[in-house]
Design a protein around this ligand. Structure first.
Ligand code: SAH
Ligand code: SF4
Length: 436
């Protein structure tokens, strides 16, 4: 047992990492350890990492650099987990001599016993698993009381040329349908209202036992009493078919909101990225979504400065952004990642050009968001309130379109689905008032 011991988990990266950290916390809680509110007070410091971009690794390295002090003062055990652990292994131990353990994404179940039997010798555990392994999740380890992440698959078979994910998470592994439904039922019983089904490539989900695909899974999750909103992430445009459009349009609890990474608006760059769709094909999917759900909220990921990207290629990306009018975009400067096909191409777009394109893309998108937000003033909408807002005495939450809303309410409506009237806006959030 780990009774009397405290732990602190710091998470870098995406929602899947947040969910993995929730599992990790459950494994430690089950052994009697308790969470420390501050890193300075913990016996075990666990860092869950992201390797997807060079910048995320740089941030991690500077964080790990600062941990040396805690090691000296408190003799805390420091564990580096997740994608960077899988990718850099021995190099991490060399660079940070005070790290105790390096654990890849498939080895979390081993963490409690590694911590119980700490050896003198520092350990690296990065063996891959070929099938799905269920990890426990305790209610107290969840970050939210109303909105839950539920992982349905892990890994990726797509090998987009820029992406390190297939090399750190391995090939696709699908979680059995009954295990997903058991988890969602338990969440609904505890009062959870919103479910985010997660995976690197959820469109290829297939129940290993019955072969059930994502559209049917959405149907089953939505029919669990108590669940109000169901979302799924991330979708790959090449696998996004008419059955899924139909499921989104016809199942009332599936939010009319979709994250569909475009990456580039140029066919030449898309081919170099190995994305397996053209801009026309992407636009056709958007058209079919918009014609079936005129209120659909779309978001995307875009990379600028991929090798050989010209100003003309970049303009084609801008054109797509202007045409589609995404609710939000996540945009990144290309950085070469170890082992990927694109890392063998010359990273020939100068850094200042990448920065300039990123700024131009983001400022165009900012104008689009302002315009979209302006049109919402006066409308009433459902908002799932997550708690007090970051600033002032307002509440914060998200609507079905997944936009951030800060609103005034005379009473505490945290963790409730409420109606809000929109009264104002900025480029990245809306403001409103509770409707009674
Ligand atoms: N599975 C998702 C997301 C993977 S990573 C998908 O299919 O799109 C999240 C985002 O990081 C990607 O969509 C991409 O826009 C960005 N990204 C991945 N590798 C990158 C790299 N080498 N340089 C810059 N951005 C990258
Ligand atoms: Fe990476 Fe492409 Fe797989 Fe997404 S679909 S995780 S970008 S390889």
């Amino acid at each position: 047992m780990l009774e009397g011991k405290t732990f602190y988990i710091h998470t870098f990266g995406c929602q899947m990492n947040v969910n993995d950290s929730e599992h990790l916390a459950s494994l430690l809680l089950a052994e009697g350890a308790s969470p420390a509110s501050r890193l300075e007070e913990s016996d075990f410091i666990l860092i869950n990492t992201c390797a997807v971009r060079e910048k995320s690794v740089e941030k991690l390295f500077s964080y790990l650099g600062r941990l040396k002090e805690y090691k000296e003062k408190r003799k805390a055990v420091i564990v580096c987990l997740g994608c960077v652990a899988q990718l850099y292994r021995q190099e991490l131990l060399k660079k940070f001599p005070y790290l105790d353990l390096v654990v890849g994404p498939h080895q979390y179940a081993a963490v409690p016993s590694l911590l119980k039997n700490l050896a003198e010798e520092r350990k690296i555990l990065t063996a891959w698993k070929r099938g799905w392994t269920d990890l426990p999740i305790l209610p107290e380890s969840r970050e939210s009381r109303v909105s839950a992440y539920v992982t349905i698959m892990e890994g990726c078979n797509n090998f987009c040329s820029f992406c390190v994910v297939p090399f750190v998470r391995g090939r696709e592994k699908y979680r059995p349908l009954r295990s997903i439904l058991d988890e969602v039922r338990a969440l609904a019983d505890r009062g959870y209202l919103e479910i985010h089904l997660l995976g690197q490539n959820v469109n290829s989900y297939r129940d290993p036992e019955s072969g059930t695909r994502l559209p049917e899974l959405l149907e089953k999750v939505s029919s669990i009493p108590g669940i109000e909103w169901v979302r799924f992430l991330t979708s790959h445009p090449k696998d996004f078919g008419p059955e899924l459009v139909e499921a989104m349009a016809s199942i009332p609890k599936v939010c009319h909101q979709l994250h569909l990474p475009l990456q580039s608006g140029s066919d030449r760059i898309l081919a170099l990225m190995n994305r397996k769709y053209t801009r026309e094909e992407y636009l056709e999917k958007i058209e079919s979504l918009k014609s079936r759900m005129p209120d659909i909220s779309l978001s995307t990921d875009i990379i600028v400065g991929f090798p050989t990207e010209t100003e003309d290629d970049f303009q084609q990306t801008i054109e797509m952004v202007e045409k589609i009018k995404f609710t939000s975009i996540f945009s990144f400067r290309y950085s070469p990642r170890p082992r990927t096909a694109a890392s063998r191409l010359k990273d020939d777009v100068p850094e200042e050009v990448k920065i300039d394109r990123l700024i131009r893309l983001q400022s165009r998108q900012k104008e689009i968001q302002l315009e979209l937000h302006r049109q919402l003033v006066g409308q009433k909408m459902n908002v799932l309130c997550s708690g007090p807002s970051k600033k002032g005495n307002l509440h914060a939450g998200r609507n079905e379109a997944y936009q951030v809303i800060n609103f005034y309410s005379p009473v505490d409506v945290s963790n409730r689905l409420v109606t809000v009237r929109i009264t104002g806006y900025g480029p990245y959030s809306l403001q409103g008032e509770l409707e009674d």
